[in-house]
Design a protein around this ligand. Structure first.
Ligand code: ATP
Ligand code: MG
Length: 274
């Protein structure tokens, strides 16, 4: 098999400047991305766009490479082949310095909240500001408290992560991801492990946060199909390392494709085997 050249990939990227599902500008483009770990091929030529200013959900079975996909966009992983574009910039062509500035445009809410255990809630949220800005104390305090209020944990600023419930930790993780006003907010399974009421509350928060920040591009990886179909503008379904389906929630609701039907209904019967 011969790989496409950089110029061929760039030409394909140029054809993907508009997201086909929403008609919006493509803020992120994956163009023929391959990624393997040893002999285990995870992404096998993924091409897909993420529309600017919208909520995009990525769905697919455990181990299909959803987390791997979003790690590429921040340069946390590099493709073996193919290109990842953020706006008009292709990541592999970037200097480390430029890559850092691109990373700074992203907020990431991890699969497990990944807070610093020895730091208070306040300090966890303040950390990115202390690391990356020279914000004065009063301004920093105001900013952190704004974030705490936005995610509804203003009463917990002096607590340690170990003193919080799972749902509160997720909220603190979200506040930390938001504190530097990112252009992109990536959520990796923000509701996994939460009870149904908290799950609904976090889903609400994703939508609320999205609409509170004009221009924010949100990407949510989730196994919660009901929530995905309720909150997303665009849904991307990955199967076997490639894009299997992309569309609006209505498209997925109406689909009769056995893969989609089986996944959405969580049926044991269909093309996907346990
Ligand atoms: N750094 C790594 N080194 C080796 N293998 C990895 C690495 N990161 C991911 N993988 C493998 O790549 C595959 C895809 O992983 P990924 O975490 O993207 O799955 P996922 O779709 O997010 O699954 P889940 O829904 O369970 O979170 C898995 O088989 C995983 O073991
Ligand atoms: Mg994952």
């Amino acid at each position: 098999m011969s790989w496409p050249t950089r110029a061929e990939l760039a030409a394909k990227a140029a054809q993907m400047t508009r997201d086909p599902v929403t008609g919006e500008v493509a803020a992120i483009r994956y163009v023929g991305v391959y990624k393997a770990f040893g002999t285990h091929e995870v992404l096998k030529g993924l091409s897909v766009s993420i529309p600017r200013g919208k909520i995009t959900a990525i769905i697919g079975r455990s181990g299909t490479g959803k987390s791997v996909t979003i790690k590429h966009v921040m340069g946390l992983l590099r493709p073996d082949q193919g290109q990842v574009w953020v706006g008009d910039d292709e990541l592999a062509a970037m200097s480390d310095r430029k890559l850092r500035t691109v990373r700074n445009r992203f907020g990431l809410v991890f699969q497990n909240a990944a807070l610093f255990d020895s730091m208070s809630v306040f300090d966890n949220i303040a950390f990115p500001l202390r690391e990356h800005t020279r914000m004065r104390r009063a301004e920093l305090q105001a900013k952190v408290r704004d974030m705490l209020a936005l995610v509804g944990v203003h009463h917990a600023e002096d607590k340690l992560p170990s003193e919080l419930s799972g749902g509160m930790r997720k909220r603190v993780g979200l506040a930390r991801a938001l504190v530097r006003d990112p252009e992109f907010l990536l959520y990796d399974e923000p509701t996994t492990g939460l009870d149904p009421i908290l799950t609904a509350a976090i889903d609400e928060l994703v939508v609320h946060t999205h609409h509170a920040r004009p221009g924010l591009t949100s990407v949510v990886i989730s196994h919660d199909m009901a929530a995905v179909l309720r909150i997303a503008d665009k849904v991307v379904m990955l199967v076997d390392g490639v894009l299997a389906h992309e569309g609006t929630p209505d498209y997925f609701h109406a689909s009769t494709d056995p893969l989609v039907v089986q996944f959405l209904t969580g049926s044991l019967h269909g093309p996907m085997k346990v």
